[in-house]
Design a protein around this ligand. Sequence first.
Ligand code: NAD
Length: 468
Amino acid sequence: MSGYKFYEQVNKAFDRAAAHTKIEKGLLDQLKACNDILHIQFPVEMDDGSIRVIDGYRVEHSHHKMPTKGGIRYSTMVNEDETMALAALMTYKCAVVDVPFGGAKGGIKIDPKKFSVTELERITRRYTFELYKKNFIGAGNDVPAPDMGSGEREMGWIFDTFRQLSNDINAEGCVTGKPVGQGGIRGRKEATGRGVYFGIKEACSNAEDMKELGLSKGIADKTFILQGLGNVGYHTAMYMIEAGAKMIGVAEYDASIYDEKGIDLKDLMQYKNENNGGISGYDKATQLNSNTAVLEKECDILIPAALENQITESNAPNIKAKIIGEAANGPTTDVAHEVIKSRGALIIPDNYLNAGGVTVSYFEWLKNIQHVRFGRMGKRFEENSYKKILSVIETISDRKFTEDELAVLAQGGGERELVDSGLEETMVNAYNEINELRKYHGVDLRTAAFISAINKVGFMYKGMGIFP
Ligand code: NAD
């Protein structure tokens, strides 16, 4: 990883796209700049009484819309450059899927596997306190979410810490990805993977585009290889398999495995959970000789869902997948992108494909500031209306609906159904928008997504003017 400059990689892709817009250089510089960068070092007491100094970061990339939004990563690889790059990607991603937030990102430089739960709680609460003191958290200014190494539990601690410090009536909206009992929303945990699935499905539903790749239309029977069986990777694989695709390879931090007959996701997950998050030693598939070897195996779709800088100039020439679905942030370097593109493969880029998480985070934030669950006001009203319509149909025809049919036909939208429908609508619309831009400008999807984002954010700045 040394020498790899993630923020520079993001800006290279930005510059390539900016050449297709009419925005002037000064404004483009402002669009790229990180508006606020925070690096903190704070002490935390360990269970044995010793004191550890922890490095934390929060970057608010763009204040063109408030609040800013982005996950908090718990990893030893966290640094300022990475946090800036991920914050910038959040701005562009939100714009691509029309989520009205600026981009942000946070990081805590630790390996969460090496701390006890009580230590992790103290680290998270102290980090939150630091963000609060510096005005880097709150429903109206900056709203964190989960990312690599963090999840619902950590978001619950963040919310609880914030609400102890603040009497903000919208305190619940200070963080998303919370457990449902603490103001979270049904469907958030699965959202990024669900969005990745919707994005790949939409790409595969375009017969003309698939023909160019030498693939048939649709997801069913396509083979895929996954890197990173975490929150995003697991849920992506689950929905892909449900839709009839076959998972033939998996890469984790400690090993990679392959089986052309298909790998049983539930069985592998159980093994992973019992083996410190690793898949080394799993004997129901072939173990390959390195933890990245499987990325180079023959498959229709390769889904990197772990971390950045995984498809590089050294392995890109050997990657055979016809579609790369970037579930992780920044998995493909700039040079590797060109290599894969020149081979004629389709890269569905991170700045679109993993936007399902922030989309449902947006729904959660809306729920929190509205103080009412989606569907609470309308579900029963809808159901009663459908029942009346169905009974009219029964009266004017000979058809009598069964209890089971009525249960399906007269179902109103509850929170889960509405979240899922809003997510699908968002991912489908955004895909078609960037695919049209791709064809119009004769560029790749990543560049098209950047063009879409630059135009949207640039247009907003032009309308607002520059203060003062
Ligand atoms: P996670 O911590 O739940 O899972 C990451 C998985 O990758 C783990 O299983 C881990 O063991 C594995 N991993 C770590 N290093 C690896 C390596 N070198 N090779 C192979 N596997 C490795 O994290 P996540 O939330 O699923 O995030 C994964 C990616 O998706 C990140 O790039 C993140 O920024 C991005 N993302 C996450 C969300 C979200 O809602 N969680 C939203 C958008 C984007």
